[in-house]
Write a protein that binds this ligand. Structure first.
Ligand code: UD1
Length: 361
């Protein structure tokens, strides 16, 4: 049997790495990787292939950036050719990026079964492109692999038949557990002259936070205030860097904020693991901080990962700078959230997925 797993953007790579390893146990399954090229910079893509020990992708579509329409159409045109020539028995898509939905649409057109890893997550905010991608992908998928209990409830409410839904846990945590020894060897703390527990790690890249001058300016203003409380490390996503430049906000960033390029997986996770606190608008980082029991402040009004708030160490602080600063101060003053690790976030989610797929195919 032949399976093609799709990766496109940075948060996909650490989700497919454990699947790749899990399928190696099944010698009668040929597992191929298609990289759409949605993310293409070395620091957004190739570094992850090296660090996660992923093989070179079997197919590379090279779509790159563009408007949503250009990106989606480019991925569909490229993936259609692959599916036509390869005729896989299953297409696996992960997460909620444009590559996820575009490849699902093509697979469905060719009547090829689709497995969606990280199914069922809902922010209920349709202004986010990711929410649309999640809804559409789940409507098309045949196997819906769910990482947290809310996902099962959401899919049931949407009328997805029970037999398609599999609560298997979190493949992103599979990666985190697997690479912990390598993460410990990263030299990033030394390189940045930082001590464990003595800095706040910040990431921002959501279009709603960075694409408009007013919001971005407010958030950078917030960083200025927080920087007076504690050292900040801020690895800047290409989208955010572009916008900071476009709005000429470079000079607003205080000098004691350590700005870096986007970091590789191992360096970044070491910074998460030793942070006093993480401030982010990412999805995956809410989960990684929950697993590592590091306080996380999510600069958004909603989360598609409610277990990180209910069970984990995540706090939804909205985007109001005053409220965020207040939450930062509470945590720095010792009011740290005590979280538990959610069910099935145990390093074996990909093995469960591979076993189910093997038995069903
Ligand atoms: C995408 C995902 C988002 C995910 C994020 C992680 C969608 C709709 N969004 O958002 O869910 O959280 O990836 O990073 O799929 N760029 C580069 N180099 C690259 C890639 C992008 O410079 O390797 C620049 C592009 O010029 C583009 C911007 O970054 O303007 C944004 O890239 P894009 O792929 O549109 O979406 P992300 O914001 O990264």
């Amino acid at each position: 049997k032949k399976i093609i797993s799709v990766v496109g953007a940075r948060p996909n790579f650490m989700k497919v790495a454990p699947l790749f390893r899990a399928f190696q146990q099944y010698t009668d399954i040929q597992h191929l990787i298609c990289h759409t090229g949605q993310h293409y910079d070395d620091r957004m893509s190739s570094i992850f292939f090296e660090e996660l020990e992923l093989p070179r992708p079997d197919f590379y579509l090279g779509v790159g950036s563009g408007s949503h329409a250009e990106q989606l159409a480019g991925i569909m045109l490229g993936f259609e050719k692959i599916v036509q020539s390869e005729r896989p028995d299953l297409v696996i898509v992960v997460g909620d990026v444009n590559s996820t939905v575009a490849c699902s649409l093509i697979a469905s057109r060719f009547l090829i079964p689709i497995a969606h890893v990280e199914a069922g997550l809902r922010s209920f905010d349709r202004t986010m492109p990711e929410e649309i991608n999640r809804l559409l992908t789940d409507a098309l998928a045949d196997y819906l692999f769910v990482s947290e209990p809310s996902g099962v409830r959401n899919l049931e409410k949407e009328g997805i038949p029970q037999e398609k839904i599999f609560f298997v846990g979190n493949v992103m945590i599979d990666s985190l557990l697997y690479y912990l020894p390598k993460i410990a060897q990263s030299k990033i703390l030394q390189t940045l002259h930082c001590q464990p527990g003595e800095y706040i790690l910040v990431t921002l890249h959501r279009p709603s936070n960075v694409d408009h001058r007013e919001e971005l300016q407010e958030l950078i203003g917030l960083l200025r205030e927080i920087a007076s409380l504690k050292k900040i490390i801020f690895p800047v996503h290409p989208r955010t860097r572009k916008k900071i430049h476009e709005f000429s906000l470079e000079d607003m960033i205080p000098t004691n904020v350590i700005i870096t390029e986007p970091l590789g997986y191992l360096d970044f996770m070491q910074l998460v693991q030793h942070a006093a606190l993480v401030i982010t608008d990412s999805g995956g980082i809410q989960e990684e901080t929950t697993f590592l029991q590091i306080p996380c402040i999510t600069v958004r009004n909603n989360t598609e990962r409610p277990v990180t708030v209910e069970t984990g160490t995540n706090r939804l602080a909205g985007t109001n700078p005053t409220r965020i600063k207040q939450t930062v101060m509470e945590i720095l003053n010792g009011n740290r959230p005590h979280g538990r690790i959610p069910e099935y976030w145990d390093g074996h989610a990909a093995e469960r997925i591979a076993k189910i797929i093997y038995e069903k195919l």
